[in-house]
Every structure is written in structure tokens, then in C-alpha cells.
Design a protein around this ligand. Structure first.
Ligand code: GAR
Length: 206
């Protein structure tokens, strides 16, 4: 299960971090295709520069189920085994999720279940939390829901703006997305309720 399909809507820095991990042999996988719903996405252009297959499936004016059918078709054409949402700003339909059961990951810039949805870093600042971070999780039909694979913490500092906090969190995002993909590809993980565990690993002795 090593063929990744990356879905993005914008800048694509998480995609680039995954591509770098593969290039530097820290992740044994290949990017089969990069798909964007927005033609102007920087990530799409970057994928082409890296010599990867990059496809735009425009979402404007397309009904959700029909849109997802088109994207699934592209992913199937490229024999994608694991779908990685990397700043893909759309909710997936049940149809899409059933096509790739426990085979879709997402990264979100908060410690879920706090601050799902848009502008998670703004939400964290507005709420006044002292730590935030990021989460990689399996995708289900609800927004930023689904069993959690990995989280990382980033402190919220006095004087932070959404930009400075986002940059601190983004650094952690780039690190844990690779880790999470590695964990899923390695297999041996188990789902107990909502908990993702790795029974093959000895429990750490804190
Ligand atoms: C990232 O911060 C990612 O966590 C967030 O969008 C940004 C995309 O950046 N995703 C979400 O908020 C999903 N709910 P990137 O295009 O540079 O990877």
C-alpha cells in the first residue's frame, strides 16, 4: 500500500514535506497523483515542477457526490492506495469514504477535537488556549473527525498572531504527516473504539 494520492486546495507545503520525505528516503512510498479542486493552487504547480502527475478536478458548481465520483475515478486510474488530504478544503461524501475505508488521512492545525473547521489557529488565539498543535487522523464523514493517528503540541506565546502561530504549528505538521503515513503503511495498528493503537510495539515506560 505505497501509492499515495494527495488532495490539496492551496499552497501545498504539507504535500511538499511528504514529497521531500520520500525523496530523502525517510518514507517508503510514492506519490501516484496530486489532485486539486482549484486550478490556481500553488501545490499543483509545485507538483508539476517536481515531475509528478498533477490533475485539477475543478469543484466550482459541481454537486458533492458527482465531484467525489470524479476524484475517485482519477485516484483509481492511478492505482492510489492511500489518500492524503493536505489542505484539501472540502468535506468528503460517504461515497468517497466507502471507496477508501480507513485509507484516507487528513491533517488539521489544532489539537482535535478542539477547533475543527476553518481558521483553527484564529480559533485557538480567540479562545485563549496556551497550547495548540496539529492532528493527523483518519477521515470519516464528519468535519475533522475520525480516529486520531498522531498529534503534536505547539505552545501559544504572548504576542502571537495567527501567522506566527500558524508557522509554529506548520513546522510540526510537516514532521507528523510523514510519521503518520509511515505508521499506516507499516500496518500492525489496531482500532479500538476511536483509539488507534500499535499492539506490536512494547508500551513505553514513561
Ligand atoms: C495546513 O495548515 C493544514 O493543516 C490546513 O490547511 C493548511 C494547508 O497548508 N488544513 C485544514 O485546516 C483542514 N481542516 P498547505 O497547503 O501548505 O499544506
Amino acid at each position: 500500500m505505497r501509492r499515495l494520492g494527495i488532495l490539496l486546495s492551496g499552497r501545498g507545503s504539507n504535500f511538499e514535506a511528504i514529497a521531500a520525505s520520500i525523496a530523502e528516503k525517510r518514507l517508503d512510498a510514492e506519490i501516484a497523483v496530486v489532485v486539486s479542486n482549484r486550478p490556481e493552487a500553488r501545490g499543483l504547480e509545485r507538483a508539476r515542477e517536481l515531475g509528478l502527475t498533477a490533475v485539477c478536478v475543478p469543484s466550482k458548481g459541481v454537486e458533492r457526490q458527482e465531484y467525489d465520483r470524479r476524484v475517485v475515478e482519477v485516484l483509481r486510474e492511478h492505482n492510489v492506495e492511500l489518500v492524503c488530504l493536505a489542505g484539501f478544503m472540502r468535506l468528503l461524501s460517504g461515497y468517497f469514504i466507502r471507496e477508501f475505508p480507513m485509507r484516507i488521512l487528513n491533517i488539521h492545525p489544532s489539537l482535535l477535537p478542539s477547533f475543527p473547521g476553518l481558521d483553527a489557529q484564529h480559533q485557538a488565539l480567540d479562545y485563549g488556549v496556551k497550547v495548540s498543535g496539529c492532528t493527523v487522523h483518519f477521515v470519516d464523514e464528519n468535519l475533522d473527525s475520525g480516529p486520531i493517528l498522531i498529534q503534536a503540541v505547539a505552545p501559544v506565546l504572548d504576542g502571537d498572531t495567527a501567522d506566527t502561530l500558524s508557522a509554529r504549528i506548520l513546522k510540526e505538521e510537516h514532521r507528523i504527516y510523514t510519521e503518520a503515513i509511515r505508521l499506516v503503511l507499516a500496518g500492525g495498528w489496531k482500532l479500538e473504539g476511536r483509539r488507534v493503537t500499535q499492539p506490536d510495539l512494547p508500551p513505553s515506560r514513561g
